[in-house]
Design a protein around this ligand. Structure first.
Ligand code: G6P
Length: 368
């Protein structure tokens, strides 16, 4: 097993570090090396298919569900098709409104999660077209789908999902942009800009990994906290959910994520001096709004770790600052999740937890 860990102490750390390569692989498989355009070989979605669609439903569990939250944002933005995202164990029991004009997207690392598979069957029986975003080749979800978008992340061993998530995100960028191009809802300029941004991600992730030591120090400072809040707006809120899940899965710290604009409707009541808050503020479009949310939390004397793009000055409102390389807002989730994965990892390590096999959790849940 040690040999398989390639010199890393845990599979989770190895898999976090494999992300530049995994993301590169997901991109390379779907981008024509000559033209630089997205190629969805083997996926038969045509312009007519897209015109028939009235909506898209994304269904998944856990980390894959969090990727779906980003997917919704991207598809609605670039392809202008209404998207719902649902948790598989909810979707399958609520008599969902799905018909032959629905594209159902299942997202699953293993392709064997029972709730996701049963949701897929439910949608299929109602006439929906099925596309899946899956890592394990030939898995049940892949076999039962009309089209499969493999993530090509390679085997993921650690229970806490890392490289599967970032590569699921890449699939959503490619899919959303591809559909947007077919429909004519994305301009040539923004398509080209997005392709440049996507191609730059592997190197930018590497830059974050090269500075892991800073996150390790932060984790050593905060590992004995009993409660951590993650807040963000827009795409940052989706990443906040994933960052929070990572922390609770492996460190057993009670963590909670919330869309920052919603704080004032309840959760702010929990803010006390020294409450730990991880505030994601990577979205330029929402930066001022997020800044005021952080100020509100600061006024309650919380311990605030702000995550921003390089060049943003948030020292006045933050106890600590984490930066990610500059990028366009849309691709920020692929970068901002990486320090949060590292943070969860180093906190769990400082606490001496069984990182690759956390208590009560399974890599793939094939029971109800
Ligand atoms: C389990 C794992 C999670 C994973 C979820 C969905 O709960 O512990 O890490 O996100 O299942 O798994 P899937 O294989 O469908 O992506």
């Amino acid at each position: 097993e040690d040999a398989e860990k390639g010199g890393y102490q845990h599979f989770m750390l190895k898999e976090i570090h494999e992300q530049p390569k995994a993301v590169q692989e997901t991109l390379s498989r779907r981008i024509d090396s000559k033209t630089g355009d997205i190629r969805l070989d083997g996926i038969s979605l045509t312009m007519e298919d897209l015109q028939k669609l009235t909506k898209i439903v994304i269904v998944a569990c856990g980390t894959a569900y969090h990727a779906g939250l980003v997917g919704k944002y991207l598809i609605e933005k670039f392809a202008r098709i209404p998207v719902e995202v649902d948790i598989a164990s909810e979707f399958r029991y609520r008599d969902p409104f799905v018909d032959e004009h629905t594209l159902f997207i299942a997202v699953s690392q293993s392709g064997e999660t029972l709730d996701t598979l049963m949701s897929l069957r439910e949608a299929k029986s109602k006439g929906a077209r099925i596309l899946s975003i899956v890592n394990v080749v030939g898995s049940s979800v892949a076999r039962e789908s009309d089209d499969v978008f493999y993530t090509w992340a390679g085997p993921e061993i650690a229970v806490a999902s890392t490289k599967a998530y970032t590569t699921q995100l890449i699939c959503f960028y490619l899919l959303a942009l591809y559909m947007g191009r077919l429909k004519g809802t994305v301009s040539d300029d923004s398509y080209r800009m997005m392709m440049r941004e996507l191609n730059a991600l592997p190197e930018k992730i590497q830059r974050i990994l090269d500075r892991s030591k800073d996150i390790e120090k932060l984790a050593e400072l905060l590992y004995n906290r009993t409660q951590v809040f993650y807040i963000g707006r827009g795409l940052d809120s989706a990443v906040a959910y994933e960052g929070s899940l990572k922390l609770k899965e492996i460190s057993y710290i009670n963590s909670f994520a919330i869309a920052a604009g919603e704080l004032k409707h309840g959760t702010i009541a929990l803010m006390e001096p020294e409450t730990t808050v991880i505030a994601l503020a990577t979205q330029d479009r929402l930066f001022d709004k997020m800044y005021s949310n952080i100020e509100e939390v600061k006024a309650r004397h919380a311990h605030i770790v702000t995550l921003v793009k390089e060049g943003h000055d948030v020292k006045d409102i933050s106890t600590e600052v984490i930066t990610i390389p500059n990028c366009t807002d849309e691709v920020a989730p692929v970068l901002s999740v990486v320090p949060l994965q590292l943070f969860a990892y180093y906190v769990a390590r400082a606490k001496g937890e069984n990182i690759d096999k956390p208590r009560n959790l399974a890599k793939s849940v094939t029971v109800e």
